[in-house]
Structure formats: C-alpha cells, structure tokens
Design a protein around this ligand. Structure first.
Ligand SMILES: C[S@@+](CC[C@H](N)C(=O)[O-])C[C@H]1O[C@@H](n2cnc3c(N)ncnc32)[C@H](O)[C@@H]1O
Length: 392
C-alpha cells in the first residue's frame, strides 16, 4: 500500500466523465478520492453503476455534448475522463475551441474551459495506447496541446493492468497538472517507454515527468485464481461437438501446447480468442496464464473463452468467460452483478478501466500531486511555452 488517506482527512472531489460502470470511481475512492458527479450516456451502464455504488452523488445520464457547466460541482480537485477508445481522432478537431466540436474528448475540454477559475487542479485522460501513434502522433499532440491551453502541464504514462491482474490491458494515462512537479527526465522508463519520448521532447508542448515509484512487475500467470469454479457437468461447458471443432481449429503449435497441459495431474486454465486466419475463423489459446484484453461484446468475436486443461480425467473443456470472471479480471471481484444481464455486464466491463491501475495512479501520483508532495516546478506553463501560449 502506498499513501493512505488519514481517517478524517478531506477526500478531494472528482468529476467523473465517461463513467461507464464506475471502475474509475472504484479505484479513485480506494485511493482516497470522493466522486462528486458523473456522466455517461448509456442507461445500462448507469444501472450497473448505481447498483454497485448507490446514488449518493448526481449521475447525469445523457450525451456529454448536452452537459453544461452549471451542472458541475465547482469544488472538484480532479476531473477524470475515460473517453471512448474509438474516439481516437482527436486531431480532427484541431480547428480549435471555436470550431464545431463533435468528438467526446472535445466536449470534456469545452467543459473544463467553461469552468474557468473553478477548473480542477488536476485532470486525467485515460485511453488506449494506440492514441500515441494515431495519425502519426498528431492526436496525442492535439490532446496535450488542448490541456496546455487550459493551463495544464501534461505527463503521459503507459500502465498495463497486468501489473496487478492476470489480464493484458495496456492503457495510456495523461495527467494534466496546474502545479506540476519538476521534470525528471530519467525516472520510470517502464512507465514512459521510448515511443512516448518524442512528446516530452517536443518544445511546443508543456510536459513534465514526475518521479514515481516503480509499479509491480507484469504478471505471467494468475488466471487460475480468478476462474469461477464450475462442476465438470455444468451446462455452460461446451458440448463434445463444439469442443471438437474448437480443438480442430487450433494450429499445430497450439494443439501441442494444450495437449501437454491436458496431461497435467492438476487442472490449469488458459484463455482463448477467435481470430480469422486466411479467411477462416480459428481459435487461439494464449501461451501464458493471463487473459487477453477484455473488450466490449459487440459482434461476439471479441468474447473470450476459458479452457480447462488436465486434472482428474485429464480432460479439456471449453466455455465462454463469465461476467464474474470479467469483474475479477478488472479488479472488481465483488462487483454487484445481481441485476445485470450477461451481455450488459460483459459490455460494461469490456469498456472499463482496471481498478488497481487507477488506484495505483491515485495513491502514487494524483493525491501526492494535490498535496504538493511531489514538489512544484518553479516555471509556469507560459514560461515553458513562451510566446506559443501568450499569443494563443
Ligand atoms: C472507455 S469507456 C469508460 C468506462 C469507465 N471508465 C468505466 O470504468 O466503466 C467510455 C464510456 O464513454 C461513454 N460515452 C461514449 N460516448 C459518450 C457521449 N457522447 N456522452 C457520454 N458518454 C459517452 C460510453 O458509454 C462508455 O461507457
């Protein structure tokens, strides 16, 4: 455990944009924050959010484009935006804040702009790592520049959920700070890999790199611990014909790998996902005991299967991954799923952010930043960018 908020200390308040089923809220509240307001436009997600978290703060259900500044609490220290991953084309709106702003990210920026003096001291944008390479880096540059124009210096970190959970889920986190720490060019190369360095080297951007503790080493196993126990006769295991088809679609290497695991005295688990190889849908089993990145269940092809191998009878059994397993793989094993339909839950978790990644960022970066514990850079955004900012 990193910094623990002392009992009685005020919890900094958060505006939670693109709140989904509230896993950012879960991680932030575990770290010591308190969400004061949330927005998402999907009714199914709001239903899960309220079932899990209660309704002790406003949840504005509707398009972020229709949110106005007067709806927002004015005392938030942090604004968190897990904007849709499909919304990568941030650069498309570089025409600026006066132009037509259709992308959801730009709606978030519009509201931060409208908050003026009540703008939170810290903002976070969470997105897929593809944001760093989308349009040759122009989209990430546009996002950093948009935060710079609002007075935030920006740090960019890549964090994979696999550091805490048996799921490969790399994500990018932009941390915008009104009072950034001094830039430490050399810390935490694992958090800011080579492919991010060009953004820190761009003299037209105001960026900083906070010195942070090293996150845990990525996991290569642990799936067995999150698999929902299921009797061999459970109806959710696929029947013999379907299982045979599954096995026959595997490549030779894959088939050999699972044959070896099947001979094991104790049962072990792997995840499998469908791919198209030479125009044919085939299954691939992961070599390691972690799951691939959970995705939304749109279209079905993104759903993962769980393969049980070995143990008594030395069998191979296959079934779809369950909502409870999705929840555990996202770091929310006790999430209230009692009212959620299967697809609603898979969709909600597939879209969400991994709880321990948010908690780690909250405890090790966001709270210490707000408390001034990371130190404060002496130069301002204007100093850093000179004319670029003052001339707009
Ligand atoms: C990447 S997910 C974020 C999930 C969230 N962090 C969680 O832990 O569940 C993006 C969310 O943005 C929402 N969204 C997409 N477009 C929106 C819009 N125009 N207005 C409001 N919410 C929107 C989606 O419903 C989805 O829940």
């Amino acid at each position: 455990m990193g910094n623990v908020t002392p009992i009685g200390a005020p919890r900094p308040r958060v505006l939670e944009f693109f709140a989904g089923i509230g896993l950012a809220k879960m991680g932030l509240e575990q770290a010591g924050f308190s969400v004061a307001w949330a927005n998402d436009y999907e009714e199914d997600k709001k239903a899960m959010y309220v079932a899990e978290h209660g309704d002790n703060h406003p949840f504005a259900l509707g398009d972020v484009a229709n949110v106005t500044v007067d709806q927002l609490p004015r005392d938030a220290a942090l604004a968190w935006a897990s904007s849709p991953c499909t919304d990568l084309s941030l650069a498309g709106n570089r025409a600026g804040f006066a132009g037509a702003q259709s992308g959801t990210f730009w709606q978030f920026i519009r509201l931060m702009d409208d908050l003026k003096d009540d703008r939170p001291e810290v903002v976070v944008l969470e997105n897929v790592v593809g944001l760093a390479t989308s349009h040759g880096g122009d989209d990430l540059t546009a996002a950093i520049r948009a935060f710079n124009k609002l007075g935030y210096s920006v740090d960019v970190l890549a964090l994979d959920a696999r550091r805490w959970l048996p799921q490969s889920r790399p994500r990018l986190f932009l941390v915008g700070a009104q009072n950034p720490p001094e830039d430490c060019p050399d810390p935490n190369s694992e958090l800011r890999p080579d492919w991010l360095q060009s953004f820190f080297g761009d003299p037209t951007l105001d960026t900083h790199r906070a010195a942070l503790p090293a996150p845990p080493i990525p996991k290569t196993d642990g799936l067995d611990e999150v698999v929902e126990p299921m009797k061999p006769g459970d109806a959710r295991w696929w029947d013999a014909e379907r299982t045979k088809k599954f096995v026959s679609s595997l490549s030779k290497v894959q088939a050999e790998r699972i044959a070896e695991l099947k001979r094991g005295d104790s049962a072990t688990y792997r995840t499998a996902y469908r791919r198209t190889r030479n125009g044919v849908a085939v299954w691939e089993v992961r070599a390691d005991a972690v799951s691939g990145c959970l995705r939304t269940a749109r279209g079905g092809s993104s759903k993962q299967a769980v393969v049980k191998l070995g143990g008594p009878g030395k069998k191979l059994q296959v079934r779809w991954m369950t909502p409870k397993e999705y929840a555990a793989l996202m770091g929310a094993p006790d999430y209230d799923l009692s009212g959620a339909r299967t697809n609603q839950a898979l969709f909600g978790f597939g879209d969400a952010v991994a709880v321990p990644a948010v908690k780690w960022l909250g405890e090790n970066y966001l709270l210490p930043l707000l408390r001034g514990e990371l130190g404060v850079r002496t130069s301002t955004v204007e100093d850093a960018l000179g004319e670029a900012v003052s001339n707009g």
